[in-house]
Design a binder for this molecule. Structure first.
Ligand SMILES: *Cc1c(COP(=O)(O)O)cnc(C)c1O
Length: 241
């Protein structure tokens, strides 16, 4: 595993060199379905940014792992679980999957009265047009980003995130679409592109995503090994749960 991690870190760095902005990209190591010991091993190898996408799994894992891990929640978050997640994971750094004002409000309320830095949030965008995907339509990104920036003082609008196709094949048009969404957000909210992150790219396409401007890639199986599910439907359900 440590070798895989090192290799991915190296590949991230060389993709950054090939990108036009040369802006460093954060590697979020996605340990979903994998045991705490494996995450601990990556931590000991020096890694600090980790991602999980099931609320219960993160609530179970976080207390068993070092407090300085920067947790990224990357799964679908039901608004009725927002409070539980925020309170149960003190070192939660980012939620990459905010896709409604309702969820933003629940997070905002959960953070009120807590003395912690603003929670970074990414607006999840459905760039592939698939019905099963969560995320806002590209045409609704500006209004949600504006809402978070102007009405949620305990949240920090950090950028945009997309998952891409269900079979995780590389789709440059999804990355292109997210980049276009960022341009619209920057124009509408008076932000600079370098201040709005793009979270795109997974095991199969993280290098291409970085070359196209990703600043945050989420890599699971290439680091921790394949995930095993009883069947493919189950895998899709889990990966999008
Ligand atoms: C599982 C998952 C990943 C990592 O997937 P790999 O293909 O194993 O790298 C990235 N992003 C999200 C949202 C995921 O659910």
């Amino acid at each position: 595993m440590a070798e895989n991690l090192k290799d991915v870190v190296r590949r991230v760095e060389s993709a950054v060199q090939r990108s036009s902005s040369k802006k460093p990209a954060r590697l979020v190591a996605v340990g979903k379905t994998k045991p705490v010991e494996l995450v601990q091993e990556a931590y000991e190898a020096g890694h600090r940014d980790f991602g999980e996408n099931y609320v219960q799994e993160l609530l179970d894992k976080a207390p068993k792992l070092p407090e300085d891990i920067r947790w990224h929640f990357i799964g679908h978050l039901q608004s009725n679980k927002a409070k539980m997640l925020v309170e149960g994971v003190p070192s939660l750094t980012a939620i990459e999957t905010v896709d409604s004002e309702k969820l933003a409000n629940k997070l905002e309320n959960a953070l009120e009265g807590q003395s912690r830095p603003p929670l970074e949030v990414f607006v999840q965008v459905n760039t592939s047009g698939e019905e099963s995907k969560y995320g806002v339509e590209p045409s609704d990104v500006v209004s949600l980003a504006k809402y978070i920036k102007e009405s949620c003082p305990h949240l920090k609008f950090s950028g945009l995130m997309t998952i891409g196709m269900q079979d995780y094949t590389s789709r440059p048009e999804n990355f292109q679409s997210l980049t276009e969404c960022r341009a619209k957000v920057c124009e509408a909210l008076g932000l600079k592109a370098e201040d709005v992150e793009l979270s795109m790219g997974m095991s199969g396409d993280f290098e291409q995503a970085i070359e196209m401007g990703s600043t945050n890639v989420r890599v699971g199986s290439t680091i921790f090994g394949e995930r095993y599910y009883p069947n493919k439907d189950e895998a899709n359900k889990h990966d999008n749960a």
